[in-house]
Ligand binder design. Structure first.
Ligand SMILES: C[S@@+](CC[C@H](N)C(=O)[O-])C[C@H]1O[C@@H](n2cnc3c(N)ncnc32)[C@H](O)[C@@H]1O
Ligand code: SF4
Length: 404
């Protein structure tokens, strides 16, 4: 095994850190999903007794033990924890305990202000949720997508609408008070009435945070192929109307939109960290990226065998100021009400915000944002002043040809 040393700073005393753990397994490969395009279905659906899954989880623990000492020595303080995927809750209770014990042995988790686990409705039950709560998770994020059972079947989900409701109720019964659900709106054949029904059903549940994504017809997904075969065009205006309807219903019900796709309170600290570059983060597992001391590190999604055979190495190690990265970070930051703060940007990436914005693609992007919205650039940073940032950014992405 080759071990790459982490590029930690000499002193990061009391610097906050986000700990991310990626579990690349799911019960289904959903037709729309662009998170797992690169994960072969046989790997995605590995069961707890399969050697591939056992080896992956062992490699994950090896990676944690390999890199934690350098982070501890630098003085980072664990502030946020997030287990995502794939579907982190497909892990068995034993797998959860083994992974958690490894992290707890390496990091002081008593300083963690928010610990989220991402799950799907069919992979959670009351005992598993109680275990997660007892371990210290205080936030659960469930991928519901829709409350229309017909829609759920057609998009390849492994659960019904009733199971989605039951999973939220079980999370509540297990003691979770911070619950998010993911919804998708703007499927090409989805009416506004269907969007309204789904949001109304979501609002009946004890949920305080909603992630509402406009459907992306991403290359490589089953649904994209179905749409192409049927000769259907994705209409931007239909998507914007669907998103706006969902946003208005949630806002009117007391769940304000604090970033495009994110509604409610408290804000998700993990997303705040990623979107506004508020702290460094370390990502463990395949598909997990890290931002440590101006460097970006990654183990590619779907490359399970490579990871398992060499968990100490990173496939990608780039300066955080590389334009291929800043063109992802700036648009994400601009989706938040506050935008990006110049001091924070420089602290995370090592380059001045103004200099990064002079890079050709980012510069072209910002020019397009100005066409569609009110881009404020001042000494403090950059933000979009329009109330409807989703509209501005969607039109900008379309103009940039970034819509898949
Ligand atoms: C890692 S999954 C969440 C948890 C869990 N795997 C589940 O599906 O229940 C991330 C979320 O991204 C969203 N998503 C995935 N593919 C998408 C697409 N093509 N368009 C819009 N949203 C998408 C879904 O809402 C999904 O819940
Ligand atoms: S939506 Fe969630 S469960 Fe479905 S394939 Fe994607 S990550 Fe897996």
């Amino acid at each position: 095994m080759s071990t790459e040393s982490l590029p930690v700073p000499a002193r990061a005393v009391d610097e906050p850190l986000l700990l991310y753990v990626n579990i690349p397994f799911c019960n289904s490969k959903c037709h729309f999903c662009d998170w797992v395009v690169d994960v072969p279905i046989a790997d995605l659906r590995l069961t707890p007794v399969s050697s591939g899954r056992i080896d992956y989880l062992e490699a994950l623990r090896t990676q944690i033990r390999t890199h934690a000492p350098a982070l501890r020595a630098a003085g980072y303080r664990s502030e946020v924890m997030y287990w995502g995927g794939g579907t982190a809750t497909v892990l068995t209770e034993r797998e959860i305990e083994e992974t958690y014990s490894c992290l707890a042995a390496e990091f002081d988790l008593s300083t963690v202000a928010e610990a989220t686990i991402e799950g799907s409705p069919e992979s959670v039950d009351l005992p598993k949720l109680k275990l997660l709560r007892d371990l210290g998770f205080d936030r659960v994020s469930l991928g519901v997508q829709s409350f229309d059972t017909n829609r759920l079947r057609r998009i390849g989900r492994a659960h019904s609408a009733d199971q989605a409701v039951a999973s939220v109720e079980a999370a509540c019964a297990a003691g979770f008070e911070n619950i998010n659900i993911d919804l998708i709106v703007g499927f090409p054949d989805q009416t506004l009435a269907e969007v309204r029904d789904t949001v109304r059903r979501a609002l009946e549940l004890p949920v305080n945070h909603f992630s509402v994504y406009a459907y992306r017809a991403t290359e490589g997904t089953v649904m994209r192929k179905q749409i192409q075969r049927a000769g259907i065009e994705i209409e931007l205006e239909h998507q914007l109307k669907s998103y706006r309807l969902a946003a208005d219903l949630l806002t009117e019900a007391g769940h304000p939109e604090y970033a495009v796709s994110y509604f409610g309170a408290p804000r998700c600290l993990a997303d705040e960290a990623y979107y506004r570059l508020r702290m460094d983060w370390i990502g463990f597992g395949t598909g997990a990226n890290s931002l440590i001391n101006h460097r970006y590190l990654l183990n590619g999604r779907g490359r399970m065998r490579d990871f398992t055979s060499d968990p100490g190495a990173f496939e990608v190690n780039l300066p955080a100021a590389a334009e291929s990265l800043t063109v992802q970070w700036l648009p994400r930051a601009l989706s938040t009400a506050e935008g990006i703060d110049a001091v924070t940007f420089q602290r995370r990436t090592g380059v001045a915000l103004r200099a990064a914005c002079e890079e050709p693609e980012l510069n072209a992007f910002l020019r397009q944002v100005k066409r569609f919205g009110d881009l404020v650039v001042d000494r403090d940073g950059i933000r979009i002043a329009d109330a409807d940032r989703s509209d501005v950014l969607s039109r900008t992405f379309a103009a940039m040809g970034w819509v898949s």
